[in-house]
Every structure is written in C-alpha cells, then in structure tokens.
Design a protein around this ligand. Structure first.
Ligand code: FAD
Length: 429
C-alpha cells in the first residue's frame, strides 16, 4: 500500500495552522518548549493527518511517519542535548505527544512506547538511587541507545503486557531472564506488543530469575532486545477496533540470548521507578488528550461548514448544536486542566494528592476523549461518521484508551477509591 496525502488537501501550504492545544503564553511554557511542541503540531497537521486514514484502513504501521519523526529530531525528543537529542523534559514530551495524537492516534501511541525507552532510562532514572559505579555503567549503556536513535533512526518498543496480572503491577512478569555468562537467556511471551515487526529493539520487561529462585517484582529487568535476534518471533494477526496502525501483535522469546549491555535500566531500578516515579505510567494519556481535542476541532469545523471534502453547509445556528459544543468545550477544558497539572508535577516521590491526581488525570483523558467523540458523532450527524472523514477513526481510537494497563480506567477508579479511604498499611481489622 502506498500512503498518500488526503485528497482533500491539494497543497500543504493551503492548510491554516491549528492553534496549539496548550497556548504557550497561557500555560507559561518557555520558548524552547513551545518550539518543540510546534514542530510536533506542524508535522502532525501537515503530514500525519493526511496519512492516518490509510494506516487505519490497512492496519499498517506508520513507517513513513517514523522517518519524518527522525528527520525532525523527534525520535530523540527526550534524549539529552549532549547526546544529540532535543533534551525535552517529561512535560514537554507530553504536550508534544498530545499534538501528534490530535492528527494520528496510532503514531502518537507508538511514539510514546519509543520515547519512554529514553525517558525512563534518561531523566526519570536520573532521579533514582544508584551507587556511583552503577550510574556510570548506566550512563555508558544508555549512550549506545541514544546513538542508535539519533544517528540511525532506531525505533524502540515497550512490550510488557502478558495477559496475566503482571502488567497491572500485581505479580512478577512471566517473561523470564535467566542469568548466564555475559547476559541472560530470555523466554516468554508478550501480547499487544505495539510496533511488533517494526521496532528495531523491543524494550522487554521481564523477571531475572536464577535456577530455583522465586520470581519477584523487585528483580524486574528492562532489556532492549534487538528485533532480529535468534529466537524472537512475531505471531498472530492484528485486526482490532481502533489504534489499528499500532500493529500490536504477539511477541515470542525462545532461548533468546541478551547481552548485559542491553539493559535499559540497571538491576532493581525499574522496580524503584514503579514505586517512586508513578507518573511513568501516565505517558499513555497524551495521545488521548490529542484525540479529545481532535473530536472538538472536527465538530466546530463541521458545524461551521468548513470540513474539507464536505459541502459547505452550516449547522451552527441550531441551539441544540450550540449547547452540545458548549458541553464539549467544558469537558475539553476540564481534561486539559487536570492533565496539564498532572504532567507538570510529575517527579520522584510525589505526594499522595499528586498520585491521586495523576490517576484522575489518566481517567479523565482516557474516558473523556471517548465521551467527546461520542458527543461529536451525535451532534454532527450521519454524514460526519462516514469513513471518508476522520471522526469515526477518532471515535474508535479513543475507545482504546481506557484499556491500557497498568492504569486502565477501572484500575484508576480502584486505586483512587482505595487510596483515598485507606492510609498506607491501614486495614479494617
Ligand atoms: C491499541 C493497544 C495497544 C497496546 N500496546 C501495548 C504495548 O505496546 N505494550 C504493552 O505492554 N501493552 C500494550 N497494550 C495492552 C494493554 O496495555 C493491556 O495490557 C491490554 O489491553 C490488556 O488486555 P486484556 O484483555 O488481557 O486485559 P485483562 O488483563 O484481562 O484485564 C481486563 C480489564 O480488567 C481490569 N483488570 C486487570 N487487572 C486487574 C486487577 N489486577 N485488578 C482489577 N482489575 C483488573 C482492567 O480494567 C482491564 O482493562 C495495548 C493495548 C491496546 C488496546
């Protein structure tokens, strides 16, 4: 399949630039942040938006978009500047990812898996405890990953789901890494592995376990396994409701030798991160903030009779439409406000209030994006949900947000309710 720009766009110069989701002045972003986020928005609007329908239709990985992300420096968005990256912090990355999600959900979601390999091993790991020797070794190892990404455009994925309780954080990962001379032998299976068959490195979460030892979450390893290593295979098909371009098939690891230097985090550091840097799991949400904005943008343009490829019929004069748009705008601002606060205060050792807010922000973005697109379809009407327009794809993509472990909508509700009512260690006995 050849991916072509949308027929409705004759020249990219004819597109009026969209306003940023988060206006830099209103949200007090500095010039450097605003520039990175603008790069993401412009690439999304001018290039990715036109390709999104074809990736979705064919459930095809957005390879062309990844070449453009590399050219724009965005594969290395969270890589420190001294290693050739853009040096973005957590907040800047999140805001840029929302802009990409606005135009292509599957690109934003998979880009998140890629960026997390550098965000978690980078600024986030810098906040965690390591002795000097371990930190020096980590610095040397991550420089190798940085080089691959910046120079060669290498793509990383992040398969941790296994179909059991591990991805929700309940038990140790069932994928096991047995220590052997010079590295590990990895065996296991990952389901819903976005970018499978397309990433150059699979950033696999697994449990280091020596002969006769019991599996423990404390011994979680985060290993970048080269996709072409003997024993790695991609199986199963991929024909889902939404986020079709993520190509989240099943990965199998059978006696895969992984060298010590493949560790994206030193021993014990992933566990420490999961305990002390919980916002690491909020990074799936920016895509859906972008989709929420996209549903709203579409509705306003459609009711004004301004969506390219549709007759210039205005529907904005009906009071019911105006009320629906008002409800959408209120919902969108609520999502943006709580989410902006949560991504702005992400750090090591957050307070209980900040953690509860992070869950609430995740829930608001994931459920809210779908609520907005549901309302958009009802308000715009039948002609607006045809496959020739982006709204029905936004609707399907947005439905997938609540399902993302470890912070699914249900689990966010569970945690907020429990943690609001019980102090750590408190019981009713
Ligand atoms: C488009 C898409 C892309 C994805 N990409 C990736 C990826 O790149 N990497 C990756 O690792 N995963 C990925 N996932 C997987 C995702 O994070 C989940 O792991 C997956 O959707 C879980 O599906 P399941 O049916 O096995 O869920 P189940 O484990 O059966 O859970 C079903 C629901 O039950 C609830 N639940 C689960 N565990 C508990 C618990 N302990 N207590 C209470 N309630 C619980 C949750 O709300 C969950 O949604 C992707 C999923 C989708 C839809």
């Amino acid at each position: 399949m050849t991916v072509q720009p949308s027929k409705s766009v004759t020249s990219i110069d004819e597109i009026d630039p969209d306003a940023p989701i988060f206006d830099p002045a209103a949200f007090r972003l500095n010039g450097e942040q605003a520039a990175i986020i603008a790069t993401a928005r412009e690439l999304g609007q001018r290039v990715f938006a036109g390709r999104a329908a074809a990736y979705d239709r064919e459930a095809k990985f957005p390879t062309e978009n990844y070449r453009d992300l590399h050219r724009a420096g965005l594969l290395g968005i969270a890589i420190p500047k001294q290693h050739g990256g853009l040096g973005a912090d957590y907040q800047t990355y999140a805001l840029a990812a929302a802009e990409i999600g606005r135009y292509c959900g599957a690109t934003a979601l998979t880009w998140n898996m890629h960026v997390c390999s550098t965000l978690w091993s980078g600024p986030l790991a810098d906040d965690l405890e390591m002795d000097d020797a371990t930190r020096a070794e980590h610095e040397r190892r991550r420089a190798v990953h940085y080089r691959r990404i910046v120079a060669d455009g290498a793509i990383y994925s992040q398969p941790f789901s296994e179909g059991g309780a591990a991805a929700a954080g309940g038990v140790a990962f069932g994928t096991e890494a047995k220590p052997i001379k010079g590295g590990w032998l990895v065996n296991g299976k990952k389901i819903f592995a976005s970018l499978s068959g397309h990433a150059d490195y699979y950033g696999v979460l697994c449990t280091e376990i020596a002969e006769g030892e019991k599996a423990s979450r404390r011994n979680t390893l985060y290993l970048a396994i080269p996709a072409k290593t003997a024993g790695v295979s991609v199986v199963g098909d991929w024909d889902p409701l939404g986020m079709r371009g993520t190509v989240s098939r099943t990965l199998l690891f059978k006696d895969v030798f992984v060298a010590e230097d493949a560790a994206l985090m030193p021993r014990g550091v992933y566990f420490q991160a999961a305990m002390r840097w919980p916002h690491m799991f909020l990074t799936l949400s920016p895509t859906y903030v972008g989709l929420a904005q996209a549903a709203y943008d579409f509705t306003v343009r459609y009711l004004r009779g301004e969506v390219p490829g549709t007759p210039p019929v205005k529907r904005r004069m009906y009071p019911t439409k105006q009320i629906a748009v008002a409800q959408m705008q209120i919902k969108l601002e609520q999502i943006k406000a709580i989410w902006f606060q949560a991504v702005s205060e992400a750090r090591a050792n957050p307070t209980k209030e900040q953690v509860l807010r992070a869950y609430a922000a995740q829930y608001s973005a994931m459920e809210g994006a779908n609520e907005l697109s549901t309302l958009a379809i009802r308000t715009c009407g039948g002609q607006a949900m045809l496959k020739s327009l982006p709204l029905e794809r936004i609707y399907r993509d947005s439905r997938c947000g609540s399902l993302m472990l470890p912070w699914t909508a249900e689990l966010c509700l569970d945690r907020i309710g429990r943690e609001a009512l019980y102090a750590t260690g408190e019981t009713d006995d």
